[in-house]
Design a protein around this ligand. Structure first.
Ligand code: SF4
Ligand code: SF4
Length: 64
């Protein structure tokens, strides 16, 4: 499973991209940031807490 970003909520601040520093699953897309589902393991390899989620001030990162 992977997390996903709600493009309608994302304000493209970039904070989540920096937080995903192990899998590098987040990048800027056309109108919002996006998570590559092939790279996101919901931080299973980083202890299990999704590192990107608490960095998002608008709660745009949700379960995929
Ligand atoms: S849950 Fe973890 S691996 Fe997935 S996008 Fe967020 S920080 Fe990256
Ligand atoms: S932290 Fe939230 S608002 Fe900022 S780029 Fe990521 S998803 Fe978008």
């Amino acid at each position: 499973m992977a997390m996903k970003i709600d493009a309608d909520l994302c304000v493209s601040c970039g904070a989540c991209e920096e937080a995903c520093d192990i899998n590098h699953a987040i990048s800027q897309s056309d109108t919002a940031y996006a998570i590559d589902a092939a790279k996101c393991d919901e931080c299973a390899s980083a202890g299990g807490d999704q590192k990107c989620v608490p960095t998002c001030g608008v709660d745009a990162i949700v379960k995929g």
